[in-house]
Design a protein around this ligand. Structure first.
Ligand code: SAH
Ligand code: SF4
Length: 379
C-alpha cells in the first residue's frame, strides 16, 4: 500500500518554516543558508507556482520539495473587476470560511491592496456589515500573506526583471478589510515580517497601514513590533456617540485612545496617523462636530479621511448628502488637513468599505433558495 501524505504549501511560510523545509528535504547543514535564500526568492520575489520554475535549484532537490509540498494559494470563490479598475477577491479558506481582499488602483505610487485579518469580527460597530457576521476566527500569518500573493498572481505583478520593481501594481497594503487586526496582532506582525522582507515581496513597512477601532492596550505593541502606519476608526467626537457607533469605546474611551495616539511609536509629521471618519447623515456630520474633530486632534500628527458611508442591506444609517460632506471637509481643510474625502471605489461590485461579502452572502442565499425549490419540484 502506498502511503499518502497531505502536502503543505510553501506559500505564506516564514523563513524559519522554510528553513525546516529545506533541512527536511535533505540539504546538508552547510548549504542550508544558500538554498533557503534561493527558495525564499522563488516563493516571494518571483512568486512561482511550480517547482520546475526554480531553475537554479538542482532537479533532485526540486523533486524532494515537490514530494511533500506545493506552492498552491488558497482557492478563489469569486473574482470581480469594477468599472473603475477595483478588483475584489473572495478567498476560500475552508468550508464556509471566506475572506475578502480588494485591490484599489490609484493609491500611493500605484495601488493599494486592502486585506483582512480575521474572518468576521467580534466587535459590533453599528454601521459595519462585517460586525454582523456570526463566524469569527483569526487568520494565520500565511492566510494574510497569501491574500497579497493571490492579488499579485491576478495582476501579473511579480517582477520579471529589476525594472519591473518601479512599476508594481501593488505598492501599499492596508489592513482595512474584515476583522480587527489588533485582536490578531501576533499573526499580523508575522505577516508583515514576510511582506516587508527586502528579498521577497518587499513592501516597506511605511507603506503598510493597520486600521484599528481603538484597541488601546495593543497600540503601543503594534508600533514597536511592526513600525506600521496607524489608522484609527474614530467616527465620533464624543464618548456618548462613539459608545454607540464603535462600542469598544466603552472599554477604551476617547481620552485614552487619543493619548495612545500621542504615544504611538514613530508617529511624526512625516508619519502621520490617519483618522477615519464615516459620514452618517444627521448622526455625526454637523459643522460643530467638524470643529470638535479638529480640536480633538490638536497636537497629534494627523491626517483625516472622510469616508462616505456605504449602505448595506438592512443598515440603520444613510450616507450624508454630498454637499454636507463637502462643508464638513471645508472646515477640516481650513484647519490645515488636506484632501480628506475618500472616493467610494468599486461600488458596482460591493467592494467598498464595510460591504465586503454582503453580495456573495445574498447570492448564496438565492442559490440555496433555488436549490430548495428545485428539490421540492423533484420530489
Ligand atoms: N476593524 C478595523 C479595520 C477594518 S474596518 C477598524 O475598524 O478600523 C476598515 C474601515 O472601514 C474602518 O474605518 C471602518 O470603520 C470602515 N467601515 C466599516 N463599515 C463601513 C461602511 N459601511 N461604510 C463606510 N466605512 C465603513
Ligand atoms: Fe469590526 Fe472594524 Fe467593522 Fe468595527 S468597523 S465591526 S472593528 S471590522
Amino acid at each position: 500500500m502506498t502511503e499518502t501524505i497531505s502536502k503543505t504549501s510553501l506559500a505564506g511560510m516564514s523563513r524559519e518554516d522554510l528553513r525546516t523545509v529545506v533541512l527536511e528535504a535533505g540539504v546538508p547543514e552547510k548549504q542550508v543558508r544558500m538554498r533557503l535564500g534561493q527558495l525564499w526568492r522563488w516563493v516571494y520575489y518571483s512568486g512561482v507556482t511550480t517547482f520546475d520554475q526554480m531553475t537554479d535549484i538542482a532537479k533532485p532537490l526540486r523533486a524532494a520539495l515537490a514530494e511533500r509540498h506545493t506552492l498552491e494559494r488558497p482557492a478563489l470563490s469569486e473574482r470581480q473587476v469594477s468599472k473603475d479598475g477595483t478588483r475584489k477577491y473572495l478567498i476560500k479558506l475552508g468550508p464556509g470560511i471566506e475572506v475578502e481582499a480588494v485591490y484599489i488602483p490609484g493609491v500611493g505610487r500605484s495601488g493599494a491592496l486592502c486585506i483582512s485579518s480575521q474572518v468576521g469580527c467580534t466587535l459590533n460597530c453599528t454601521f459595519c456589515h462585517t460586525g454582523t457576521q456570526a463566524l469569527v476566527r483569526n487568520l494565520t500569518a500565511a492566510e494574510i500573506v497569501t491574500q497579497i500573493m493571490i492579488a499579485r498572481d491576478d495582476l501579473d505583478d511579480w517582477p520579471k526583471s529589476a525594472k519591473d520593481l518601479d512599476s508594481r501594481a501593488i505598492t501599499n497594503i492596508v489592513f482595512m478589510g474584515m476583522g480587527e487586526p489588533l485582536y490578531n496582532l501576533g499573526n499580523v506582525a508575522a505577516a508583515m515580517a514576510i511582506l516587508s522582507d527586502g528579498e521577497g515581496i518587499a513592501i516597506s513597512r511605511r507603506r503598510i497601514t493597520v486600521s484599528t477601532s481603538g484597541v488601546v492596550p495593543q497600540m503601543h505593541d503594534l508600533g514597536e513590533q511592526t513600525q506600521a502606519m496607524l489608522a484609527i476608526s474614530l467616527h465620533a467626537t464624543n464618548d456618548e456617540l462613539r459608545n454607540e457607533l464603535v462600542p469598544i469605546n466603552k472599554a477604551y474611551p476617547l481620552v485614552e485612545l487619543l493619548q495612545a495616539c500621542r504615544d504611538y511609536p514613530g508617529a511624526s509629521n512625516a508619519r502621520r496617523i490617519t483618522f477615519e471618519y464615516v459620514m452618517l447623515k444627521d448622526v455625526n456630520d454637523s459643522d460643530a462636530e467638524a470643529r470638535k474633530l479638529v480640536q480633538l486632534l490638536r497636537g497629534i500628527p494627523a491626517k483625516i479621511n472622510l469616508i462616505p458611508f456605504n449602505p448595506w442591506p438592512g443598515s440603520p444609517y444613510e450616507c450624508s448628502d454630498w454637499g454636507r460632506i463637502e462643508e464638513f471637509a471645508q472646515i477640516v481643510n481650513k484647519a490645515g488637513y488636506a484632501s480628506p474625502i475618500r472616493t467610494p471605489r468599486g461600488r458596482d461590485i460591493d467592494a467598498a468599505c464595510g460591504q465586503l461579502r454582503s453580495q456573495s452572502i445574498k447570492k448564496r442565499a438565492s442559490e440555496k433558495l433555488k436549490e430548495r425549490l428545485a428539490a421540492q419540484n423533484a420530489s
